[in-house]
Design a protein around this ligand. Structure first.
Ligand SMILES: C[S@@+](CC[C@H](N)C(=O)[O-])C[C@H]1O[C@@H](n2cnc3c(N)ncnc32)[C@H](O)[C@@H]1O
Length: 360
């Protein structure tokens, strides 16, 4: 059995870690982190995301961006930031689609915001275009409205978990009891975290709370930029509208769910995510003075943006085999039992108009 403490620094029986700190190390440790060592995407990876299922998904995001730029009266400088671009599939399609629309192409700066140096290398190989810049902070975005987009970005940022017993909050930690055994322990939560949690109406009645503290820190930087320049943030992720006190932490390896224990025995080989609480996200956006469109399902959004019509056009030039493949991938994106319903779309924005496409 693997000696877990050799893989995660400062993790030993005397130093239990809050689960977000522990998972951060599991995913991003320079030596053994999941995202610092391998390409997890696609059929042969650990999970399949919408941009790696079908270019149609990314084309629809490109069309949505063009429509948003038009709704903003075609600004001469327009910034697009992809958050957590993974293997670069989506931005590659955005770059190629924009080439066919010279006016927006000229106006747009494309930025990729990526934490993993390993994935940055992969993205640079895939997207060889001078327009695209890789950034680790948002300082270089200075003029023009800015649109942030993230597919499965927020769910990849580790969350905290708490239980509430008689109005006292206890935070979940992972504890390494000996060199091989991991247990969960609960320690009284910090005042600062409890104040934050209590400030959200969405979390008020819960006895088991998932709190995306790190995710909110990321969003705060993004919202500051949106407030400064105007624009918005479009997030697509798998999640729910209201929590039922459930533990949604899950590990995935080889396209299959595995237990958290098994994940600890496969550090660097398994991904850890959680479902996104969309009503909490909405409350966070509103608190930070963004306006929010209706939260809709991925199926609703992609269909409203014309994915079926786009597929019908492409179909005309396809072989039977290609048609079959496209209809299978489309079903994966849209069917309620697949990604259509569980995946949701939220748009928070600061702009004088409200009539952006896709949500009504
Ligand atoms: C689940 S993957 C999704 C990748 C891609 N968007 C897709 O749909 O295929 C999560 C991505 O977010 C990146 N990421 C996670 N946390 C991040 C952070 N705090 N800052 C920048 N990138 C981050 C990961 O390295 C990875 O590229």
């Amino acid at each position: 059995m693997m000696k877990i403490n050799q893989k995660i620094s400062n993790f030993n029986s005397k130093n239990p870690l809050p689960i977000d700190e522990c998972i951060e190390k599991v995913l991003y440790d320079q030596k053994s982190g999941y995202y610092t060592n391998k390409d997890p995407f696609g059929e042969n990876g650990d999970f399949i995301t919408s941009p790696t299922i079908s270019n149609l998904f990314s084309e629809i995001i490109a069309i949505w961006l063009i429509s948003t730029w038009e709704k903003m009266s075609k600004p001469k400088i327009f910034n697009f930031v992809e958050l957590g671009p993974g293997d670069g599939s989506l931005s590659k399609v955005i770059v190629n689609t924009f080439k066919r629309f010279p006016e927006i192409n000229k106006a747009t700066n494309i930025y990729l915001y990526e934490k993993s140096n390993f994935l940055i290398k992969l993205q640079k190989k895939k997207i060889n275009n001078k327009k695209v810049k890789w950034i680790k902070n948002l300082n270089s975005i200075k003029n023009g409205p800015v649109i942030f987009f993230g597919n499965e970005f927020f769910d990849a940022i580790p969350i905290k978990q708490f239980t509430k017993r008689r109005n006292t909050f206890f935070e979940k930690y992972f504890n390494l009891e000996n060199k091989e055994n991991i247990s969960e322990i609960f320690i009284k939560g910090s005042n600062q975290d409890i104040i934050q949690i209590k400030s959200f109406e969405t979390l008020k009645k819960l006895t088991f709370i998932e709190y995306p503290k790190k995710g909110f820190l990321e969003l705060s930087k993004i919202i500051k930029k949106i407030s400064e320049l105007s624009g918005g943030i479009l997030l697509i992720d798998y999640g729910y509208l209201s929590s039922h006190n459930s533990n949604t932490l899950q590990a995935v390896m080889g396209n299959k769910k595995i237990s958290i224990e098994k994940m600890f025995n496969n550090i660097g080989k398994a991904d850890v995510t959680s479902l996104v609480n969309f009503n909490l996200l909405k409350e966070f956006f509103v608190k930070n003075k963004l306006k929010v469109k209706n939260i809709v399902s991925q199926k609703f959004f992609l269909e409203r943006m014309g994915i079926i019509e786009r597929a019908q056009i492409l179909e005309k030039k396809m072989t039977k085999k290609q048609k079959k493949y496209m209809s299978e991938t489309l079903a994966r994106l849209l069917e309620e039992k697949q990604m259509g319903k569980l995946f949701k779309v939220i748009f928070g924005y600061k702009y004088k108009n409200n009539d952006f496409f896709g949500f009504e």
